[in-house]
Write a protein that binds this ligand. Structure first.
Ligand SMILES: Nc1ncnc2c1ncn2[C@@H]1O[C@H](COP(=O)(O)OP(=O)(O)OP(=O)(O)O)[C@@H](O)[C@H]1O
Ligand SMILES: [Mg+2]
Length: 275
């Protein structure tokens, strides 16, 4: 007789219940009561946000509200004064240095300027994380790098240096590099900065395409309302160091809430002041 079944029986419930209750799901990325100040200047003042998994969220907020500071906390580059940053349920500042390093590998990050190494061509830039973090052979690396470069339309520029391609191409190269390790989370800090409206919209299409193909929890920070509108599933708004709105993007854009409307319309008249 299989004793395992007998042993398990009480655990699954005696009243005819055969399926145990599902464990409560933990969002991939959560921020709780995050405070951060620099000198006397309080940037984040109790920010709470739980990002919807496997979706694209855009965080909007006026310049200097702490959007980049938030991203740096998520990836573990800045330590909170107070509060928690949970990634896969783990508080990244209670983790050991080694655990934090492992968690960081699950992120793909695209900073404002693409942050490519200027002395390396596009191919080597994209291959860099694989060479650093895996023991893949060069032929395997070549397959993967060329696949990503094709996806972002840069296969013919692989041999070029970052200075030899346009700003939009650098962004796409940064994106290809950000995705090369198959990250579960991808963070973009103003991916549209310095791009004209057509290139911005092409980049948004690419972000959506890649998300549809590879999945993952994407977070985009931008000032660009139309990029937010075309790219995102969810929209978050930061105002005076706190999250003041988080919800479905279409609903936010259709909202009657004067606060949300002013924010999204970028109007000077309304409930939002400058201070
Ligand atoms: N390492 C730091 N030391 C001191 N002050 C900082 C530091 N990082 C950010 N700040 C300050 O924190 C505030 C928020 O900065 P942050 O870069 O997050 O703004 P932002 O919302 O990303 O703005 P933008 O939309 O212009 O990029 C700014 O006033 C900035 O000067
Ligand atoms: Mg910023």
């Amino acid at each position: 007789m299989d004793t395992t079944l007998v042993d398990l029986a009480p655990a699954v419930g005696g009243a005819g219940l055969t399926t145990p209750a599902p464990a409560p799901r933990t969002a991939t990325m959560q921020v709780r009561n995050l405070h951060k100040q620099f000198g006397d200047f309080k940037v984040l003042q109790g920010l709470d946000i739980e990002f919807v998994d496997d979706a694209i969220t855009t965080v909007l907020g006026p310049s200097g509200t702490g959007k980049s500071v938030l991203l740096k906390h998520l990836v573990g580059l800045l330590e909170p004064d107070q509060g928690e940053v949970l990634v896969f349920g783990q508080d990244i500042w209670k983790a050991t240095e080694a655990e934090r390093y492992e968690l960081r590998k699950r992120f793909g990050v695209l900073f404002q300027d693409g942050a490519l190494f200027g002395s390396m061509n596009i191919y080597d830039n994209v291959a860099f994380p694989l060479r650093k973090h895996t023991d893949m052979r060069e032929d395997e690396i070549a397959d993967l790098v060329m696949t990503r470069l094709q996806e972002v339309g840069l296969e013919r520029s692989a041999h070029k240096l970052p200075t030899e391609v346009s700003g939009g191409m650098r962004k796409r190269a940064g994106f290809a590099r950000g995705l090369i390790m198959n990250p579960d989370i991808v963070l973009f800090d103003e991916p549209d900065s310095g791009l004209d409206p057509v290139r911005t919209s092409l980049l948004c299409d690419l972000i959506q395409q890649m998300h549809a193909e590879h999945g993952g929890t994407y977070l985009l920070v931008t000032h660009n309302i139309s990029a937010a509108r075309s790219c995102s599933d969810y929209v978050g708004m930061i105002w005076q160091g706190k999250l003041v709105h988080y919800g479905d993007a279409e609903e936010a854009f259709a909202s009657d809430d004067p606060f949300v409307r002013q924010f999204l319309a970028g109007e000077s008249a309304g409930p939002l002041g400058m201070d």
